[in-house]
Design a protein around this ligand. Structure first.
Ligand SMILES: Cc1cc2nc3c(=O)[nH]c(=O)nc-3n(C[C@H](O)[C@H](O)[C@H](O)COP(=O)(O)O)c2cc1C
Length: 326
């Protein structure tokens, strides 16, 4: 058993969180992680409307009686989802934990806090973590450069980012990005984190509601198989290499800083259902972390979480024994 401020805060058994993932974070995923003693998270914006999110929350309650959360990703200015509507579905659905990401959740903090919701903000820098602390977030998910999805523009890996967060933050934080095994859980805790957040690793599990081709792509990939796209747009995303990603990189090379989102629209917009549900692996760019290099199997969520905790406990016991006998 590894008990930390995060297991206490979220009333979960193990300090392992499944980050929100577009077209992966359905009720099946969140319930499987929560039933295994971690914290599962439904991805709010994968649901087309607040009403659909309410249904998804209802389905998740039917699959687990353990705590689970909802991810709310605050997108760049041009997109304008009905955030108050989504928050109402979360509150009415009795969900008590929200993972926010993207832009600052400041505007919506009063709504969330009045409803007694615990907020964990996922961010890629110490300054954004400090802002999260200042606006009343209960915890931070500190997302290093290794991560699948959007690592921000600072390019600071977790080996530096986590101890820097530990120097500055008063609220508890978990390590996000690149996490997949017990060695990393122990290392993250040594650097001040109270647990880990995993995205990519949870996609390669039996219960992940995605096409088998996606899971196999992760097992086949190495740590060298991700690319960064959209850097010239200052919306950098770490994705798995494929034909669509090669086309994006070619356009970025040719157009340089003049590249516009319209130039790569076909490769990034609306591609997730084709990849995650139909298994058409070259249909577009999809988020994937460097941890792919550490993914060699497709266990159940319980097998994965139990293995990580067992590995971590073994390491801690081994190190402690060494110190005592020295
Ligand atoms: C396929 C995929 C989709 C994702 N979609 C979202 C999302 O919609 N919102 C969000 O906040 N994070 C999203 N993420 C990021 C994860 O929540 C998590 O922070 C990240 O995967 C951690 O890095 P890791 O993949 O190395 O574990 C996504 C990640 C992946 C792999």
């Amino acid at each position: 058993m590894i008990k930390t401020k995060i297991t206490e805060l979220f009333e979960i058994e193990h300090p392992i969180v499944q980050g929100g993932m577009h077209y992966v974070g359905f009720a099946e995923m969140a319930a499987a992680v929560s039933n295994a003693g971690g914290l599962g998270i439904i991805t709010g914006l994968t649901q087309p409307s607040p009403k659909d999110l309410a249904n998804e929350i209802g389905r998740c309650h039917e699959m687990t009686d353990k705590p689970f959360g909802v991810n709310l990703t605050f997108l760049p200015g041009f997109a304008n989802p009905d955030y108050p509507g989504y928050i109402k579905s979360i509150v009415d659905g009795g969900v008590k934990i929200v993972e926010t990401a993207g832009r600052s959740p400041e505007k919506f903090m009063p709504l969330l806090k009045e409803a007694g919701i615990k907020v964990i903000h996922k961010c890629t820098s110490v300054r954004h973590s400090l802002k999260a602390e200042k606006i009343g977030c209960d915890a931070a998910s500190v997302d290093g450069f290794e991560c699948g999805g959007h690592p921000g523009e600072d390019d600071i890996p977790n080996m530096i980012l986590l101890p820097r967060a530990a120097e500055e933050l008063s609220i508890p934080f978990i390590a996000s990005g690149g996490m997949g095994n017990g060695q990393q859980l122990v290392a993250a805790m040594a650097m001040g984190a109270e647990g880990i957040n995993m995205g990519t690793r949870f996609i390669a599990t039996k219960e992940a509601p995605v096409h088998e081709n996606v899971k196999q792509a992760l097992v086949n990939a190495s740590e060298l198989d991700t690319e960064l796209i959209m850097r010239p747009l200052r919306n950098t995303e770490r994705v798995l290499k494929n034909e669509a990603v090669n086309r994006i990189l070619e356009k970025e090379k040719t157009l340089g800083d003049n590249v516009q989102i319209q130039d790569i629209f076909g490769e990034v917009a609306g591609v997730y259902p084709k990849i995650m549900q139909e298994g058409t692996m070259d249909a577009g760019a999809w988020s994937c972390g460097m941890v792919a290099g550490l993914i060699h199997d497709v266990p159940t969520c319980k097998e994965l979480i139990d293995r990580i905790i067992q590995e971590a406990e073994d390491i801690i016991n081994r190190q402690t024994a060494l110190i005592k006998t020295a």
